[in-house]
Design a protein around this ligand. Sequence first.
Ligand code: HEC
Ligand code: HEC
Ligand SMILES: [Ca+2]
Ligand SMILES: [Ca+2]
Length: 487
Amino acid sequence: MCWIFRRRLQHRAGPVGAGPSFRRVLRISILAIQLAACSDDRATAPVEPGEHLPGGETTNTLLLGRQAFSMPAANITENHMEAFFSGNSFFNQAWVTAPSSTEARDGLGPLFNARSCSACHLKDGRGRPPESGADEGQGFLLRLSIGADPETGAPVPDPVYGDQLQPFGIEGIEGIGGEGRVTVTYDEVRGAFQDGTPYSLRVPTFAIVDPRYGPLDPDLRVSPRVAPAVVGLGLLEAIPIERIEALADPDDADGDGVSGRVQRVPDPRIGAEVVGRFGWKAERPSVLLQAAAAFAGDIGITSTLFPQQPCTDAQEACSNAPDGGTPEIEDNLLERVAAYNRLLAVPARERYDDAEVLRGKWLFSEIGCAACHVPSHVTAHDAPFPELADQRIWPYTDLLLHDMGEDLADDRPVFAATGREWRTPPLWGLRFYRVVNGHDRLLHDGRARGVAEAILWHGGEAQPAKEAFESLDDMDRTALVTFVESL
Ligand code: HEC
Ligand code: HEC
Ligand SMILES: [Ca+2]
Ligand SMILES: [Ca+2]
């Protein structure tokens, strides 16, 4: 019965031009009848071996509170300890303006978003957008471009503001200053679940105020992003490419309404295209390249991988400011920061065998969430770190790009990703976001307040799953959310 329900929903999948107002989609009564039958039998999913340890043998089972994201892999080898702990200190340390007597950590900016990695990935956790007026948010930034290269898909940086808005500039040099401030306003829109229970979503509108280097290009594309938690990244990096490619279904050959495309991006080290995995559009292929890009773009610290200061030709004082060496961070230190991020452990689950959670787990796969949030993978045997090899992991992602509809679109293409596509984010550790970072903001720009709102924003390929969620009864909606919050 429920299986029939799912097939029907999938056949109704298609392009959905939802627009900013939430059009109530007409429902066929037969669906409701079949769904009632689903709810009545209260089926549950079984507990699967190992699912309570989402990071396999690396899982953190020791500190499950505010430090839940800050523990090394449980099986960390003796010879990686030193890299982990010194990487940790470079992740936390604040960079200073060059020249300075503390040579190992000068070179900040000249333009920057934050002075340290941990200023955005607070306690190795997650950022949030500005809430209103003077609030700047935390671990939040705007990517910028003016279109994309027709051949490679690479975003074309704005000639004046570059590829990212840096709200801060170093002090003491005339002519350097932050590029502008981001503000947000939220409009509430109302909707209702099929049983009549009302809900409300907030539609964000972001704006750049006080642009310091002249008026903004009318064609400027902006993409707001919050910082994701940085746990389990070495494991995601160790998912074999063949696995990711096998999950992709670019032309929806199996007709389930869900496609999923592999992001392909250039690797500056080898000059070839590789699979992208990290960032909200999977635009970085490895933890190392993501860390190097963050040093350069977010803090203004150059490396051999990203040797450019964060200045455009139009930003003269920025280009002429003293630097902190060439490069500003040595390769071996960068490697340690990457090792730190690779080896941060995912926390263990606790409520994994509870009846309500198992009902939610059943619904998660039944209504199609698991088509993108693929529960489990096995990491490669030849993973770069032996700790991360041959692990059964439970991240709830396929690392693929999906069209999520008009409402979530940023209209800013990046390599293979269109302006409507996003990488399925992993859901492991989600129950700790509130504990570690004190907020429940979800999605790429943090617009959703909690899991239910995050689901209600799903569109495009996920429209049928979203609609199925809307048609669940109160008990089942709660069970599904409780399951996601148990991860
Ligand atoms: C201004 C805030 C900010 C700072 C500072 C910052 N990050 Fe990030 N980080 C982000 C955002 C936003 C993303 C998502 C990027 C995207 O979608 O392209 C991110 C993504 C990441 C990811 C990929 C996570 C994933 O799941 O895809 C890693 C790894 C990472 N950052 C490491 C670092 C390191 C290392 C530093 C310090 C060198 C750093 N970050 C500094 C905001 C920040
Ligand atoms: C077609 C693929 C797809 C399906 C089906 C899907 N999701 Fe998602 N999910 C995504 C993508 C992609 C995002 C990121 C969207 C964004 O940030 O704009 C996301 C985001 C989320 C988030 C927020 C995660 C975060 O870190 O902010 C949650 C929670 C979530 N999904 C749960 C679900 C649940 C529950 C279902 C089933 C009702 C579901 N998803 C169905 C692809 C999918
Ligand atoms: Ca610098
Ligand atoms: Ca800039």
